[in-house]
Ligand binder design. Structure first.
Ligand code: GLN
Length: 454
């Protein structure tokens, strides 16, 4: 009740929730109380969570914040949310996001922009919470949920976490089931939590993760007790500092933050080593080929026949056209056009195939460092603090917006886990985060090191 009241009070301003499931939340909480009464508490018993609108929640609004899914209520539950409810968590509602998870500012949502609960010192302008999981991050920061599910295809958990002073972990590809999560780019998409601190992230990820035969890319790897890793010493841990992340126009305060993170880990006993990831500079352009290519294919199913919106036409072809023209926003259409182009005969080899090869090179860069004994890599996660809602330069040039993802997309291309942890404030008083990148299925190492920074 306290959380629902807090949502009702804050959401008209923050716009983090696109649906609040009052009745369901109370029913779930009552069932939780009953279990507690019988001494049957699950790992998340009674914990009120928000769910990114990309996750299917049975009988409950699910639109991926797109007009094209108007009125869609799935008849099934995503594996990740089913895992959370099985552990006793309570659903508060569905959280705002960039349409189909395409964006870095949450401004592409059909439901409008989300406001970052943080403002610059002495300033009235609203900032973005980052994207695409902007609603998840803002809701956690505004304390209108105890934690939230999110997804990260190219930074969408870590960047919004950094912009809102929260913690976000993108686990190893295959760690959380993608079943019941609307697909953006299937070979990159991964679910993970956004929470107030590292401990909450460790607890929540353990519940979210599972092997699932309904997702053919799900990994049959045991899920450890991540919380047990917290507080363990980082002494002797080898932390790599990738020189290619020191980009030319890196703002001084981001460089300073990175140095601070290095010093903290060093003081805690970690060994700091310089490493090279030579193909880093190709990650962003390759990502913006692979992701739209897969998106253009995944979004073909929204045709007015099976789900949501239908805009009639004189025949079925015109009905498809009218539905898709009205249903998708500008950014989604741009991705579909780019994706269709790079997959078309004549351009496939030049773009898509080449991007896939670059992807292998990026993965090998990381593998070489890990083979050389590096346990985790420390790097910035965003090139700046949260920018203003409606930033004209970013609106005018989509590539400028894509450049925000320069530090985040590399690990998705390699399938690796990464955590974003709050590490300080910008000169303007806005939160800044650092990211740690780890070996496949070694999220514990990230929790351990992030806990030392936090
Ligand atoms: N900003 C990136 C994009 O728009 C990442 C999105 C995501 O991780 N879902 O593709």
């Amino acid at each position: 009740d306290a959380y629902l009241a807090a949502i009702d009070a804050a959401n008209p301003t923050v716009n983090a929730y696109v649906a609040v499931t009052h009745d369901q939340a109370r029913d779930m909480a009552r069932a939780s109380d009953a279990r507690l009464g019988k001494g049957e508490a699950g790992a998340l018993e009674g914990i009120p969570l928000g769910v990114k609108d990309l996750f299917a929640t049975k009988g409950v609004h699910m639109q991926a914040c797109s007009h094209v899914l108007d009125g869609f209520k799935p008849t099934y539950e995503s594996t990740v949310t089913a895992n959370l409810w099985a552990d006793g968590a309570v659903m508060l509602g569905k959280l705002n996001m960039d349409e189909f998870a395409m964006g870095s500012s949450n401004e592409t949502s059909y439901y409008g922009a989300v406001k970052n609960p943080w403002r610059a010192t002495g300033e009235a302008d609203d900032r973005v919470p980052g994207g695409s999981s902007g609603g998840s991050a803002a809701a956690v920061a505004a304390q209108i949920c105890a934690g939230a599910t999110a997804t990260d295809t190219g930074g969408s958990i870590r960047q919004p976490a950094a912009f809102t002073g929260t913690v976000g972990i993108k686990p190893t590809y295959g760690r959380c089931s993608r079943w019941g999560v609307a697909a953006y780019a299937s070979s990159l998409d991964q679910a993970g939590p956004i929470t107030r601190d590292v401990r909450d992230a460790a607890i929540m990820l353990r519940s979210m993760a599972s092997y699932d035969e309904k997702d053919t890319t799900s990994a049959d790897v045991a899920v450890p007790d991540y919380e047990a890793a917290l507080g363990q010493s980082v002494k002797g841990m080898k932390i790599g500092i990738p020189r290619e992340y020191r980009v030319d126009d890196m703002p001084e305060e981001i460089e300073a933050l990175w140095q601070k993170g290095i010093a903290w880990l060093k003081d805690a006993g970690a060994e700091i080593v310089d490493i090279s990831l030579p193909h880093t500079k190709y990650a962003l352009p390759a990502y913006y080929i692979v992701a739209p290519a897969e998106a253009s294919s995944n979004l073909a199913r929204y045709d007015g026949v099976r789900y949501g919106l239908r805009v009639p036409g004189k025949d079925i072809a015109e009905m498809y056209e009218n539905t898709r023209a009205a249903g998708f926003g500008t950014e989604v259409k741009r991705r579909i056009l780019i994706g269709t182009y790079v997959l078309s005969a004549g351009y496939y080899d030049a773009y898509y195939l080449k991007a896939q090869k670059v992807r292998t090179l990026i993965r090998r860069d990381f593998e070489q460092c890990f083979d050389a004994g590096v346990d985790a890599i420390l790097a910035p996660i965003t090139p700046s603090a949260a920018f203003k809602i409606g930033d004209k330069a970013l609106k005018a040039d989509p590539v400028k917006m894509y450049l925000n993802d320069v530090f985040s997309v590399t690990l998705n291309m390699a399938g690796l886990p990464g955590i974003s942890v709050p590490a300080g404030l910008s000169a303007e008083g806005l939160p800044l985060g650092l990211q740690l990148i780890g070996r496949p299925f070694e999220e514990e190492t990230l929790f351990k090191a992030a806990h030392a920074i936090e």
